[in-house]
Design a protein around this ligand. Structure first.
Ligand SMILES: *[C@@H]1O[C@H](CO)[C@@H](O)[C@H](O)[C@H]1NC(C)=O
Ligand SMILES: *[C@@H]1O[C@H](CO)[C@@H](O)[C@H](O)[C@H]1NC(C)=O
Ligand SMILES: *[C@@H]1O[C@H](CO)[C@@H](O)[C@H](O)[C@H]1NC(C)=O
Ligand SMILES: *[C@@H]1O[C@H](CO)[C@@H](O)[C@H](O)[C@H]1NC(C)=O
Length: 307
């Protein structure tokens, strides 16, 4: 009897330490910077603070990923962080510094994941569009009337088996399907017809939801089949953290969407075990070294980090 109890205890503690080893409870996620949209004499790039708050709200710390660095610097940073987020914005997905850095991290992520080093990538809005370009090698976007509108999601039959929505409570899935609580701020979209006609995208991404501007059905949420790569054409971070536009939904369920999306992605980053070389290097890299500026009076964002 006591032997059995001992055995049980031992098995239990082995299992729990195994579980602890399989999870990184101190995830650090990179957020990609991009060129400033209106010239600020002393600043060349920025990150909207809502992306930082989005990840922080679910238990991650953030490191800004600056544009225009060398490949060597990016490789070192890649091996220090546990995931990367490509934010929305207004730069070119083909030729900007943002596009160039996104390509480097995408290629490093594909390579790492292929040898079992789990490294998640998330694209929001422009980041989603960038992913469609990186995967297909083609600019496949079409104009849609979606530059400032909250929409519901139409779930595909594939969404039930998705990693992304698996942990969502059913009241939240019902709300997403029936209420306009996903904020869209884009002039370009990947229409479902073009997705269906492109073998590279079809093989790589599972479409989880579509949305419509009334005329065109476009892909609004996707996840890669074989890689932890995710994209939303809409903005999960805005519901909780941005207030400058009247069409940003702030209902309790809309705000819950922000949190469940963040929780999902941060949990993906907890599966990665990259580490900074030492604590000093880590401290110098964190976003806490920068102060966001209050810009809500004249921009689409309440607060912005300028670099
Ligand atoms: C990046 O490099 C380009 C081309 O050299 C330059 O025009 C731009 O100002 C640089 N941006 C940053 C943020 O360093
Ligand atoms: C674009 O969509 C808005 C609603 O979001 C609608 O009021 C407007 O008429 C649409 N414009 C065109 C050209 O379809
Ligand atoms: C799911 O939807 C796709 C595309 O509409 C369709 O081809 C497929 O047969 C559907 N699968 C099931 C199990 O309903
Ligand atoms: C960017 O602008 C802020 C003011 O918004 C300034 O304090 C900071 O020094 C600038 N950063 C760089 C790297 O030029």
């Amino acid at each position: 009897m006591s032997n059995f109890a001992l055995l049980f205890c031992f098995a239990f503690s082995t299992l729990s330490s195994f579980t602890a080893l399989k999870r990184n409870d101190e995830p650090i996620i990179g957020v990609l910077a991009q060129e400033v949209y209106s010239p600020r004499p002393q600043n060349a790039s920025y990150i909207a603070a809502s992306y930082v708050k989005f990840l922080e709200s679910a238990g991650a710390r953030v490191v800004p990923v600056m544009i225009n660095k060398t490949l060597e610097e990016y490789k070192t940073l890649f091996n220090s962080i546990n995931g990367i987020l490509y934010p929305g914005g207004g730069v070119s997905i083909l030729t900007s510094g943002y596009a160039n850095t996104a390509r480097i991290f995408y290629e490093l992520a594909i390579e790492a994941n292929s040898r079992g080093d789990y490294f998640p990538v998330w694209g929001t809005c422009l980041g989603f569009e960038e992913l469609t370009y990186l995967t297909s090698g083609k600019m496949l976007l079409s104009h849609t009337n979606t530059s400032g509108v909250a929409l519901p999601l139409v779930f595909t039959n594939r969404s039930r088996e998705s990693r992304m929505f698996k942990g969502f409570p059913s009241e939240l899935l019902d709300a997403l399907a029936s209420e306009p609580i996903t904020e869209n701020s884009h002039k370009w979209s990947l229409t479902l017809a073009i997705y269906n006609s492109n073998a590279d995208l079809r093989k790589f991404y599972k479409v989880l939801t579509t949305s419509s501007d009334g005329k065109n059905e476009f892909v609004s949420t996707m996840e890669a089949y074989g890689f932890p790569i995710y994209g939303t054409q809409w903005h999960p971070e805005k519901n909780a953290f941005e207030w400058t536009k009247p069409y940003i939904p702030h209902s309790p369920l809309a705000v819950k969407v922000t949190f469940f999306m963040a929780d999902f992605f941060v949990n993906e980053a907890r599966k990665n075990f990259h580490k900074f070389e030492d604590e000093e290097v880590e401290k110098r890299a964190l976003i806490y070294n920068y102060n966001p500026v209050y810009t809500g009076i004249k921009s689409a964002f309440e607060q912005i980090y300028y670099f």
